[in-house]
Design a protein around this ligand. Structure first.
Ligand SMILES: Cc1cc2nc3c(=O)[nH]c(=O)nc-3n(C[C@H](O)[C@H](O)[C@H](O)COP(=O)(O)OP(=O)(O)OC[C@H]3O[C@@H](n4cnc5c(N)ncnc54)[C@H](O)[C@@H]3O)c2cc1C
Length: 394
């Protein structure tokens, strides 16, 4: 391996690999260093011991409104269209979620109409002109009762903070509808890479040919004395880049508990799941008010995998600390204030780009991170801004 590179890229998630692929396409030599043992960052997927395709770092529902990002990733994968369906379980029963006319009828216990629901909401909404936090954003749309049924407990468990102490964007991203649209997400394109995320990442690396070198299971700091490079693309935590000199940024972490079921065990669940081969009736069931976990996900509903076993995962929010993964940046004013101090240092940095969800300390969806990587490569090489070919090439 040559020890001189045009780019040193820290992290092999969406941000790192999309940057590497684009830069290699420009003829640049890239070294990607990843401290985990695999490609893909949090979007990595794999088969478990029962042959079920799982998402070990939490379920990843791909969606986008951007034709550019869709076309870019379509070079490396075909797609399996998905209608991501979730339910909420509280008061001993399943509810349609996000809140819509079906949920409202379940609440009333009788058929209703969009007009009746609009009227009901109008009398229950709390008038708040500019909702300033997550509690206000929900009560100003649906009132106290539905907020307490579906949002308050979930948010407290997830963030260990009161919704009043979280930015409005946290709960504000969940739609409230007065029609029968049960879709969890609103983006035009909703699909998973056919065959999984990991083969897609492998094809991205394959497209780089011999211009890419990858070191897995390696902290980038251990290679710094041994390599020369022109520019660094850093996708790790921004506070760690600066040795946490202003203190560690707060994150929420997660613990995942998996449980697998054989076809015989799944038979007993058929009446609940509503179809054979599954444990629960939807991809994701939220538990806002009971248990220590926030949700149970059975990703086989989304992957469309033909497999007679199934695996569910219960997701337990946890404090971040040594040995834990920094899953969610905390969207609250105190955390943002610390981040701003690191960002000032990053803005003054020469020769380093900070992209991705950890380096910008912001919860971004996968497509947004890909967009950030494509934009950064365009910025670094403006004269060669590349057209993304639309045909699949690998
Ligand atoms: C539980 C969960 C569920 C999610 N669900 C969705 C979803 O449904 N849909 C969606 O669009 N998005 C989802 N996301 C967001 C999605 O994971 C991110 O948008 C995307 O993975 C970010 O890519 P990234 O490359 O910025 O970061 P990452 O995937 O975190 O990659 C950064 C990489 O840098 C590596 N690294 C860090 N420090 C070092 C170091 N010192 N040396 C070497 N390597 C280092 C890390 O190991 C990591 O692999 C979810 C996130 C979580 C946590």
């Amino acid at each position: 391996m040559s020890l001189t590179f045009d780019y040193l890229i820290v992290g092999a998630g969406f941000a790192g690999l999309a940057s590497a692929e684009r830069l290699c396409a420009l003829g640049k030599r890239c070294l990607v260093v990843e401290k985990r043992t695999h490609l893909g960052g949090n979007a990595y997927d794999r088969y478990d011991d029962n042959g079920v395709l799982i998402h070990p770092y939490g379920p990843h529902y791909f969606r986008t409104n951007s034709p550019r990002i869709r076309e870019y990733l379509s070079r490396f994968t075909e797609w399996h269209p998905v209608n991501y369906q979730i339910l909420s379980h509280t008061e001993g029963r399943y509810w349609n979620f996000p809140i819509n006319l079906n949920t409202f009828e379940q609440y009333l216990g009788r058929p209703s109409t969009g007009a009746e629901m609009e009227e009901w909401l109008a009398t229950h909404r709390v008038q708040i002109e500019r909702p300033a936090n997550s509690e206000e954003v929900i009560i100003s749309q649906v009132g106290w009762e539905l907020y307490e049924m579906f949002f308050k407990g979930y948010t407290l468990k997830q963030w260990k903070r009161h919704p009043k102490d979280l930015d409005a964007s946290v709960c504000g991203r969940i739609p409230i509808r007065t029609n029968r649209d049960n879709r969890y997400l609103q983006e035009e394109f909703q699909a998973l890479p056919k065959g999984g995320y990991t083969p897609m990442f492998e094809r991205m690396v394959g497209a780089c040919g011999d211009r890419i070198s990858i070191l897995l299971n390696t902290d980038y700091r251990t290679v710094l004395p041994h390599v020369e490079y022109g520019h660094m693309i850093y996708t790790g935590p921004i506070d760690e880049f600066y040795d946490c000199r202003y203190g560690g940024l707060p994150y929420r972490s997660l613990r995942f508990e998996y449980e697998s079921f054989s076809p015989e065990q799944l038979k007993d669940r058929e009446s609940i799941a509503g179809k054979p081969g599954f444990w629960q009736p939807a991809l994701q069931v939220n538990y806002p008010n009971d248990h220590d976990f926030t949700r149970i996900v059975e990703v086989k509903h989304a992957t469309g995998q033909l497999c007679s076993n199934s695996t569910i995962v219960r997701e337990f929010p946890e404090d971040y600390g040594p040995g834990k993964e920094p899953y969610y940046p905390v969207p609250a004013p105190d955390a943002t204030a610390i981040y701003q101090r690191y960002k000032e240092l990053a803005d003054a940095e020469q020769g380093v780009s900070f992209i991705g969800r950890l380096a910008t300390y912001r919860y971004y969806n996968m497509d947004q991170v890909v967009g950030m990587a494509l934009a950064e490569v365009d910025r670094l090489h403006p004269s060669s801004t590349q057209k993304i070919p639309t045909s699949r090439q690998t």
